[in-house]
Design a protein around this ligand. Structure first.
Ligand SMILES: CC(C)(COP(=O)(O)OP(=O)(O)OC[C@H]1O[C@@H](n2cnc3c(N)ncnc32)[C@H](O)[C@@H]1OP(=O)(O)O)[C@@H](O)C(=O)NCCC(=O)NCCS
Length: 299
């Protein structure tokens, strides 16, 4: 396709990206693997200059759902129709794979999402949903009174210990794997770790040395980050502020042992009480974004 803007006229090639030509798009793809469950299209301008990319992956749990993981056009080449063309190509291809749904999930500010929502709505995506609130924090978190007070307090539970994940006795871990003794939703499992990151700051709350009653997982993520991936407390222990104590334990270690790493934490909006508690806890944190989702029905 030929595109024109104030700065000139460009000939843009939209092509399927595979392991063979991925090198051209390495600055946009980073380390994202391309395999049989991935569909990727790229846009290149004269002499192999990558100007845009779209990549979708088949959903691990629902094979008729595909998720757009990357959709990006370099700012210099925006508003030329490249994004629309990449999306059109992707939609045609996922349709041939029997997909019923194409979803785009993105972490961004409310303002940026409004623009994207407008773009996607015009292309028949619907049902904009806010899934989580995302906080990225560093030592600034000490600015909050509630955090300062909580971090100075010690574990108030006589029978519960906070044990680093690697020191949790084997039988307790085995019980957790089979959901024995404690019931928890799948999406809050201690074992969720899609990118096989290192458990650098994960703690399990263990009662009487025999039973897990909650956990927080802190994974070492690219970009010098600790990603707080799951946080769960057994229903019976929620009223006793065990969640607060568990969070304190992880943050105390974070802010002493891993001072140079930032923290990233996403809180589901499904759970109003946790969302309220976390929003108070992270009140002084400046970086607050949301994870949004929109869906295109394909049949
Ligand atoms: C979202 C994004 C990928 C769109 O890419 P794009 O190449 O700018 O998209 P297009 O050029 O096809 O469309 C943008 C607008 O320009 C218009 N446009 C298309 N061709 C045009 C042309 N030749 N001249 C002028 N405007 C044009 C489109 O109609 C569209 O407006 P509309 O939505 O009102 O119809 C891009 O804005 C981007 O990278 N944003 C930042 C990252 C992001 O938010 N990614 C999504 C989540 S992962």
């Amino acid at each position: 396709m030929t595109c024109r803007n104030k700065r000139g006229k460009f000939f843009v090639i939209i092509e399927r990206v595979t392991s063979k030509n991925r090198k051209t798009y390495s600055n946009l793809l980073l380390n994202t693997p391309i395999n049989s469950d991935t569909i990727c299209y790229g846009a290149k301008v004269s002499d192999d200059f990558a100007s845009g990319i779209i990549l979708a992956k088949k959903d691990g749990e629902n094979p008729t759902r595909w998720n757009i993981k990357t959709f990006y056009v370099s700012s210099f080449f925006r508003n030329l129709g490249i994004g629309s063309k990449l999306l059109e190509n992707l939609i045609e291809e996922v349709k041939t794979r029997g997909s019923a749904k194409l979803c785009l999930t993105v972490v961004t500010s409310e303002q940026s999402f409004e623009k994207l929502k407008d773009f996607l709505s015009k292309r028949k995506f619907e049902n904009p949903t806010t899934l989580t609130t995302v906080y990225r924090f560093s030592e600034e978190i000490f600015g909050s009174n509630i955090v300062r007070a909580s971090l100075n307090s010690s574990n108030p539970f006589e029978t519960i210990k906070f044990v680093p994940i690697n020191d949790v006795p084997g039988p307790i871990m085995s019980d957790l794997k089979i959901n024995e003794g404690i019931t928890y939703p799948k999406n809050l499992s201690l074992f969720i770790n899609e990118n096989k990151l290192e458990h650098i700051n994960s703690f399990v709350a263990i009662e009487n040395n025999e039973k897990a009653v909650g956990w927080i997982t802190g994974l070492l993520a690219p970009g010098d980050l600790i990603l707080y991936r799951t946080f769960f407390v057994d229903k019976e222990y929620r009223k006793n502020a065990l969640g607060l104590a568990l969070l304190n334990e992880a943050l105390k270690t974070h802010l002493t042992k891993f001072k140079n790493l930032e923290g990233l934490c996403a809180v589901s909006l499904d759970n109003h009480s946790v969302e309220k508690f976390i929003s108070l806890y992270f009140k002084s944190v400046k970086y607050k974004k949301h994870e949004y989702e929109m869906t295109l029905k394909l049949n």
